[in-house]
Design a protein around this ligand. Sequence first.
Ligand SMILES: *Cc1c(COP(=O)(O)O)cnc(C)c1O
Length: 353
Amino acid sequence: MINVTKTFLPPQAEYNAILKRAWDKNWLTNRGVLVQELEDKLKNYLGVEHIIATTNGTLPLQIAIKALKLTGEIITTPFSYVASTSSIVWEGCTPVFVDIHPEYLTIDETKIEAAITTKTSAILATHVFGNPCNVEAIEIIAKKHHLKVIYDAAHCFGVTYKGQSIFNYGDISTCSFHATKVFHTGEGGALFSSSAILNDTLFYHHNFGHKGALEFQGLGINAKMSELQGAMGLAVLPYMKTIFTERKKVVDFYDKNIDFTKVRKIQLREGTIWNNSYYPVIFESENQLLIVEKELNKHQIIPRRYFYPSLNQLPYLKGRSMPISEHISSCILCLPLYFGLKLKELEFICSLI
Ligand SMILES: *Cc1c(COP(=O)(O)O)cnc(C)c1O
């Protein structure tokens, strides 16, 4: 079976050697040496000033909304994984969707201002498939209307935009280190913020609000990464260069061998060094997608319909219609892409398509 992705597993002996340090200390969580070392290494690797490792990539979105004290309406994209919308609703705010750009698939910044009301407190946008939003335009709009900006950068590990980490844009960025993502800790994630003060607030929030053992700085929740997750991150990190190189080979193969008369690719924003995180192809119609998907499935090849449905159509929302996002959602398919996908398998996938 060939799935859309396959988790990279480091050599077990290397994972065990790192885990031994947790055993030696008899310490499995509460920000032990492994999580702290992972944070330090990631800071260096990514080129960010502040990072807080977390237990998944969804709690950081909720914590970001709390930390920025957002209320009322949050402008967001309908084309993302459900977590970017559900976090807004979970925190008691109202998602206000703005349709996406048909080529980049990120929120269409030219339509944001029309959606701003007196209740708008922030913009929460997704750098979908690791493709950056128009961060410059969004910053200008946010400044003008006194809005906060959160980026769901779950797909963005290793992406740089205009020479620096994409995590450095906006007030807060979040990432996911879920096993299906480019870099992973099994389950895991991170918070990135633009200032030391904000980072402090996020830090307290992710650890019950604890200020030492006996004092509380304020309200908090538990989003701490464990040492077991930290060990996985430390074991995977040395392989990132190889992982990126191998993923790029797969992407190059698809680029050369897919017949682009019937399907199209997304457009990457200029200035981006991309992480080859997903290989989405957009069909002319849902019908064509279903035919291809069925044919692939017949041969045990399981692509995924990322992202379907368009989030304005979630059953718990009364979303307005978002024609572009709804159309794209209905005819986009992510092809298998992972370290270790064989040339023969790639040839077969392309021939079936
Ligand atoms: C994976 C993902 C998340 C959630 O991450 P988890 O680590 O699974 O909680 C959030 N947003 C987007 C866009 C994602 O793809």
